[in-house]
Design a protein around this ligand. Sequence first.
Ligand code: NAI
Length: 331
Amino acid sequence: AKEPLRVLVTGAAGQIGYALVPMIARGVMLGPDQPVILLMLDIPPAAEALNGVKMELVDAAFPLLKGVVATTDAVEACTGVNVAVMVGGFPRKEGMERKDVMSKNVSIYKSQASALEKHAAANCKVLVVANPANTNALILKEFAPSIPEKNITCLTRLDHNRALGQISERLNVQVSDVKNVIIWGNHSSTQYPDVNHATVKTPAGEKPVRQLVANDEWLNGEFITTVQQRGAAIIKARKLSSALSAASSACDHIRDWVLGTPEGTWVSMGVYSDGSYNVPAGLVYSFPVTCKNGEWSIVQGLSIDEFSRKKLDLTAQELSEEKALAYSCLS
Ligand code: NAI
């Protein structure tokens, strides 16, 4: 039998946390034969609610769940963790300046980075979900220098899955037959959902999405804005942000990273840029990646047309500005 892996979820008393922890305990994230120990961190005002989540996890009697810790102590939560899913953060409240929200999150990610740096298992894999996700991941990387930069990522898989969903609805095909969309850039409304390399499996073989949709106006317009603004549309409908789809996509992200992407398929992950596709090095930017043996690599050599180039640059520009704002909060 496999040794249990220790999985940290921060912000575990929140909405995404509530959807995510049962998925992890059922083996959705790390596989149906991988036992897990859940370490759940939240802040003191949420301690009682967090304990309630722990009670429910015990009550659900998940066979793979070998232990549950609910704590407000970052050191206790980070000790020995193999996978860290960072969902906790400070939300933007009405009337708050961007800089104030950034400053709160910079200080949270700085201190949690230090706790991971000192106490996590060697080779711990980190996924940042909390917004601003790319920049929180960058701060975490900065303050956890002993964690390899390849191990620090942020979630854009939800946006990737949303793009697959839109194409599948439009063409009335199974979502599992659509592949190789790309989310470039920031997990924000400047992200660029790109279908130029996406395909659909049909009885007559794999066909380009562009050929099947045969409507560039929709693909270059409404499709992109729908994916970019889907988060806001969910909030409007539910009066709460997307939690079940975020939790499910976080599981997809870690599962593919650890267990590998299928041959011929890539996924989108926010990763530390090495300058691929002329994206400035040193930003956490969403790229198309394939994963093998627990490591991602950026898919190389895709053609980028002029329309796409502008969109890749625009979202990079926003990330550079966020990075500057985050660093200004440090000084
Ligand atoms: P929520 O407000 O329901 O939960 C957040 C939890 O984090 C709360 O329980 C809060 O007490 C906790 N928290 C705050 N500061 C903390 C700290 N220093 N340490 C540990 N826990 C802390 O929010 P929800 O809906 O669960 O969303 C969580 C985050 O995920 C938000 O930042 C949201 O914007 C982001 N998000 C990201 C998505 C993505 O695709 N990357 C998609 C959807 C949401």
